[in-house]
Design a protein around this ligand. Structure first.
Ligand code: GLU
Length: 421
């Protein structure tokens, strides 16, 4: 059954990602042949996922697993459940995973997957059957030394547990490192759940530190109150920032004296959306244009566009989401003196701790939470310092600096390995 959903994508995301690569390549003087290789995805698998629904009918979902590049190691990236997912969106997200892993210096390439569905409209049983069938359809694509999925928009640790179990049942033994973001009871890592939000926080602290400013007292608006935005808001408010607004698909709420983040998260965990949380209501569009110090888009791609970028009043944008700013919006923000902490840097905390989970699973040796968080900070802050140094030295925006570093690393690995045959 085809699912028709209103799309968040105003432009083709893969074309944007390719144009972004071209711009980076021109800046760093990359050979055309290597740009041609890096501009395409190595492999894209489309599957039909017949699923028995609770009423006995069969619904055939569409799913993809896309590998962009494996020059630096097995491919890594999440699986998204979203009604408006498209193949070109998954390709763009896979490419960004390659850059993100390279910028963090992880021994991974990039991948992404998606199933076109609205997980909120599926029962737990339907979600499990669909996930298990999807895993079966891509069972030859994934594996600890090959391609390792993880959570993304619309997927949870429970979904990762079904992927782990289905793959393991097919192998005849538990394969812990086939997927990350698992629940703790089945080989998950301490600190993984809030790792992306924690990485966003570290980047913001690093940037504020470079400006001689502190997090305390900063007024932050957070668009998207899921795993990333929720954890980030909670951590930041715990350190004295004021979260003046949050939003989800149902809209947003505003409180100049600070939204009660712990209460809002508890409300979300109990299944509520912000529409029935209370407080002064605002739209997602209004949130983006709020008078605040920091804007954190933590939901989907293409929320900051040429239509609204001029209205952003925050002086710092930290991209908890992948691809929230279109290239045109990027230029407008830059022209207005807004500092943008790019996605591949700002939201890399998740995949960094996924890497730790993969390592722990392979070694069957698990770390303390302090060790996870300490190593996370080391990697994210190290990547921030490298990116900042290039930004200052070459006078280029942070996005170009971050993507430049990443693309150079992937290009170097590709050139050293050479083309087969
Ligand atoms: N989906 C997350 C991202 O976009 C995490 C990927 C992972 O942990 O592999 O970075």
């Amino acid at each position: 059954m085809a699912v028709e959903a209103e799309s968040h994508l105003k432009e083709n995301p893969f074309r944007l990602a390719q144009a972004q690569l071209r711009k980076v390549a021109d800046t760093i003087g990359l050979d055309d042949d290597i740009v041609a290789v890096l501009g395409e995805c190595k492999k894209a698998v489309e599957v039909a996922i017949p699923t028995t629904m609770d009423d006995g009918s069969v619904n055939v979902f569409t799913g993809w697993r896309v590998t962009h590049n494996v020059a630096r190691g097995p491919s890594k990236g999440g699986i998204r459940y979203h009604p408006a997912a498209t193949l070109d969106e998954v390709k763009a997200l896979a490419m960004w995973m390659t850059w993100k892993c390279a910028l963090m210096n992880l021994p991974f390439g990039g991948a992404k997957g998606a199933v076109v569905c609205d997980p909120r409209e599926l029962s737990l049983g339907e979600l499990e059957r669909m996930t298990r069938r999807f895993t079966s359809e891509i069972v030859n694509e994934i594996g600890p030394e090959k391609d390792i999925p993880a959570p993304d928009v619309g997927t949870t640790p429970a979904v990762m547990a079904w992927i782990f179990d289905t793959f393991s049942m097919n192998q005849g033994h538990s394969v812990l490192s086939v997927v990350t973001g698992k629940p703790l009871a089945v080989g998950g890592s301490l600190g993984r759940e809030e790792a992306t939000g924690r990485g966003v926080l570290f980047c913001l602290q690093e940037a504020l530190g470079r400006q001689g400013a502190a997090l305390e007292g900063k007024r932050i608006a957070v668009q998207g109150f899921g795993n990333v935005g929720g954890a980030f808001a909670e951590l930041a408010s715990g350190l004295g920032a004021t979260i003046v607004a949050i939003s989800d698909v149902s809209g947003g709420i505003y409180d100049a004296s600070g939204v009660d983040i712990a209460a809002a998260r508890a409300h979300g965990r109990a299944g509520g959306t912000l529409v029935d949380f209370g407080g002064e209501r605002i739209t997602n569009e209004e949130l983006l244009a709020l008078d605040c110090d920091v804007l954190a888009p933590c939901a989907l791609e293409q929320v900051l566009t040429r239509e609204n970028a001029d209205r952003v009043r925050a002086k710092l944008v930290v991209e908890g989401a992948n691809g929230p700013t279109t290239p045109e919006a990027d230029e407008i923000l830059q022209g207005n003196g807004v500092l943008v902490l790019p996605d591949v840097l700002a939201n890399a905390g998740g995949v960094v701790v996924s890497y730790f989970e993969w390592v722990q699973g392979l070694q069957e040796l698990f770390w303390k939470e302090e060790e996870v968080n300490r190593r996370l900070k080391e990697i994210v802050s190290g990547a921030f310092a490298e990116t900042w140094a290039r930004h200052e030295h070459d006078g280029m925006p942070l996005r170009l600096a971050a993507y430049g570093l990443a693309v150079e690393r992937v290009a170097e690995a590709s050139l050293i390995r050479g083309l087969y045959p």
